[in-house]
Design a protein around this ligand. Structure first.
Ligand SMILES: NC(=O)c1ccc[n+]([C@@H]2O[C@H](COP(=O)([O-])OP(=O)(O)OC[C@H]3O[C@@H](n4cnc5c(N)ncnc54)[C@H](OP(=O)(O)O)[C@@H]3O)[C@@H](O)[C@H]2O)c1
Length: 252
């Protein structure tokens, strides 16, 4: 119960890695404010957490819309008088297109979801973290932001956006260090979430696992564990880093 009474905002909490992060925080005693667009999925998560004695609330919001995300974060901040931890797990892509087939609309959509949302969510949450002399921001990067995956197809706008997230992490870490707020990234390798299984076949995932040094199929729980460590008091001296959770596929 190392996060007992701690207020944690998790974006992208309705499925995949974000959902697993929300569940792990709730198991450790945190109050989880779960954000995503789909109210029904969020309600299901909150019900699941409450059924096991945990604490959670659902907040349906589009994190690419400045006015909406600010209103949601302010509502949470006012309700609890501060926010301790932000985990921003929204991100991803739906297609794998070559550079010549990427439209301007597609480029903007991928950049908005994966990079602009990072700016909007952190900007909204920082005033509520500064109320106490501590705070944790953890952004979900990707192996794609570090390097093209040597064993799988990469997606250009996604790689560019996630490289931006890793740069943003360092700059924000420097800016917020004086307030006792740490800012770090966790970068998963290809992880067997429902969304990924729609883009890549079971065979692709098996080949990826066989190609990494640990011969490990990366699960949402692997990244969630890394997030909880960076959010813990033990990580108080760590800021501006990117923690790769890719079973050694890329070691940069
Ligand atoms: N899975 C992987 O292989 C992998 C690898 C490297 C990095 N990552 C990164 O890890 C993070 C989680 O990935 P994942 O695969 O678990 O994602 P996922 O299963 O696609 O889930 C994405 C989550 O974000 C929410 N979301 C999407 N757009 C949103 C928006 N505009 N506003 C609010 N919520 C939104 C979705 O819920 P709604 O649809 O209800 O809004 C969902 O809860 C992402 O940042 C991803 O880039 C994943």
């Amino acid at each position: 119960m190392q996060f007992s009474g701690v207020i944690v905002v998790v974006t992208g909490a309705s499925q995949g890695i974000g959902k697993e992060i929300a569940l792990q925080f709730a198991r450790e005693g945190a109050h989880v404010c779960a954000l995503a667009r789909n109210q029904i999925d969020l309600d299901g998560l909150v019900e699941k957490i409450k059924a096991t004695g945990g604490h959670a609330s659902a907040h349906a919001v589009d994190v690419t819309k400045a006015v909406s995300i600010r209103a949601t974060i302010n509502e949470i901040g006012q309700r609890y008088a501060h926010i301790d931890i932000l985990v921003h797990a929204v991100g991803g892509f739906k297609r794998l297109l070559p550079v010549t087939e990427i439209t301007e609309i597609e480029w903007d959509e991928v950049l908005n979801v994966n990079l602009k949302s990072v700016f909007l969510c952190t900007q909204a949450v920082v005033p509520w973290m500064k109320i106490r002399p501590s705070g944790r921001i953890i952004l979900l990067g990707s192996i794609a932001g570090v390097s093209p995956n040597p064993h799988a197809k990469s997606y250009l706008p996604y790689g560019a956006a996630k490289a931006g997230v890793l740069g943003y992490t360092k700059h924000l870490a420097k800016e917020l260090g004086g307030f006792g707020i740490t800012v770090n990234a966790v970068s998963p390798g290809t992880t067997a979430t429902e969304r990924v299984m729609q883009i890549r076949s079971e065979n692709d995932l098996q080949q990826l696992a066989a190609a990494n040094p640990l011969n490990h199929r990366i699960e949402p729980s692997d990244s969630a564990a890394a997030v909880l460590f960076l959010a813990s008091p033990q990580a108080k001296g760590i800021t501006g880093v990117n923690l790769n959770v890719n079973a050694g596929s890329v070691m940069l």
